[in-house]
Design a protein around this ligand. Structure first.
Ligand code: GLN
Length: 486
């Protein structure tokens, strides 16, 4: 028999409705699991057990009064870059190590209104810059499938927590792959919604034109349940798009027969890893057996996506991170000689090496005389990539491609080689550049037993199609049901 922490949110919600269990029981089960394995994995920056139990008691009262919503009483963890009033929100950086936001991000407000139990905040790469969760000021998170391996990043804590049963579901953020990559590496499901579908209000900014919040969970059904809560217009975020967002759960059982999936040759030409190749082949086979047809496509500007991203994202970061000066909040150096020296020392001591690299790259790319050659050119490439995808979606309903070029790698393996680390995101970054929704789901395992994810991409605001395709896949496969033996 499964312990409560092992169930999906959808199943637990049913059990709450039939009174087979209570939110307090579920929450205690997850908290015990955290006690048992957190020391090995370090998924969390902060856990608030007493408060979680209080929220669970409140959820049980709501459920008893018949006032429950679909996910009332389900325990969640949020990434440590989402403002949570009164709780430390550090972005895994020393410069924010003591920052307690005076307000809730919109997603946290929505979770509270739903009556979800917030367990704590999950570990991440510092300011979400990274692909491995190794740049965290609090130390790395480990992959539950093999603790010598990285969990992917930057939402590594969020993905590892779901895989290990340290949370039922979580939220992550994705600027260049940070939900999909760790979901793939930890054997769970994760979706980056369309840019503008989920409010960024209260999400600590990395690269504002790319950042997007999304769900990480054990299956497509839970992803849909979370999308139902977090998608929606928010007047507090000027890039949030007002439209009618559907009930995503309605797409879970729609047949995929007759759908057309595009296979962009630029994605597959790059694939060298035999395990990833095998998983992609198997995935095609599954979809073919479901009555899906395939069309070969070309996205001619894809090869420039990574380079353009590493101009745009650091440029925006260099501007966004200018606010950390030791004056208004966060870390301030202890010894300094005057105001300018205080700024310099606070930033020198407060930021980690990767964040400094991005600030320098971005400042350079935006500087007078270089702006046209770098930033402006990258912005033009971004438009070309968006147009490539637009054309592709005239021929297909969705795109299938790998999430990462390889299975998870060893802790430390790429830390001294930033370019190798950046290349991990070669399949996820183009999706952010075009603002599209993308989803990673478990597709199989490497010969060493490490999870490998497949990626589905749809046109703007077609998240429901991704739910439909991933749900159909999960009805035919059991990769998403496998658990690491910790
Ligand atoms: N690895 C990419 C970066 O470091 C993407 C990170 C993210 O999506 N937040 O920029």
């Amino acid at each position: 028999m499964l312990a409560l922490y092992e169930y999906t949110a959808g199943r637990l919600a049913e059990m709450l409705r039939t009174k087979e269990t209570s939110s307090v029981e579920i929450t205690r089960s997850v908290l015990e699991r955290i006690d048992a394995v957190e020391e090995k994995l370090r998924c969390y920056v902060t856990v608030s057990p007493e408060e979680a139990v209080k929220m669970a008691e409140e959820a049980d009262r709501r459920l008893a009064a018949g006032d429950g919503k679909p996910l009332t009483g389900i325990p969640i963890a949020i990434k440590d870059n989402m403002c949570w009033k009164g709780h430390r929100t550090t972005c895994a950086s020393k410069i924010l190590h003591n920052f307690h936001p005076p307000y809730d991000s919109t997603v946290v407000r929505l979770l509270k209104e739903e009556g979800i139990v917030i367990l704590g905040s999950a570990n991440m790469d510092e300011f979400a810059m990274g692909s491995s969760t190794e740049t965290s000021h609090w130390g790395p998170t480990r992959n539950p499938w093999n603790v010598e391996m990285i969990p992917g990043g930057s939402s590594g804590g969020s993905a590892a927590a779901v895989a290990a049963g340290e949370a039922v579901v979580t939220l992550g953020s994705d600027t260049g792959g940070s939900i999909r990559l760790p979901a793939a590496f930890c054997g769970v499901s994760g979706m980056k919604p369309t840019y503008g579908a989920v409010s960024r209000y209260g999400l600590v900014a990395y690269a504002s034109s790319l950042d997007q919040i999304g769900p990480i969970a054990r299956d497509a059904r839970d992803i849909a349940l979370l999308l139902n809560i977090i998608c929606g217009h928010d007047p507090k975020d000027s890039t949030s798009v007002p439209r009618d967002y559907p009930n995503f759960s309605n797409s879970l059982d729609k047949p995929v027969k007759g759908m057309k999936i595009g296979l962009p040759r630029e994605f597959f030409d790059k694939l060298e890893d035999p395990d990833v190749n095998r998983v992609m082949k198997d995935a095609r086979q599954i979809y073919r057996s479901l009555g899906v047809s395939f069309v070969d496509l070309s996205l001619p500007h894809l090869d420039y996506a990574l380079a353009a991203y590493y101009i745009i994202a650091p440029s925006e970061a260099s501007s966004n991170l200018a606010r950390y000066d030791g004056v208004k909040y966060g870390f301030r150096a202890e010894n300094f000689d005057g105001m300018i020296d205080m700024y310099c020392r606070s930033r020198a001591e407060g930021f980690g090496a990767e964040v400094k690299r991005r600030i320098m790259l971005g400042t350079y790319a935006l500087s007078s005389g270089y702006y046209d050659a770098y930033y402006l050119k990258a912005a033009k490439i971004r438009t070309l990539i968006t147009n490539d995808f637009r054309k592709a979606f005239e021929e297909c309903d969705a795109i299938l491609c790998p999430t990462a070029p390889s299975p998870p790698f060893r802790i430390g393996e790429k830390m001294d080689d930033p370019i190798q680390m950046y290349l991990t995101d070669v399949f996820t970054i183009p999706v952010n550049m075009a603002g599209l929704p993308g989803m990673a789901i478990p597709g199989g395992f490497s010969s060493d037993g490490l999870p490998i994810g497949i990626q589905l991409v749809a046109s703007h605001f077609e998240e429901a199609r991704l739910v439909q395709l991933s749900s159909a896949f999960q009805k035919e496969t059991d990769h998403h049901l496998k658990r690491p033996s910790l």
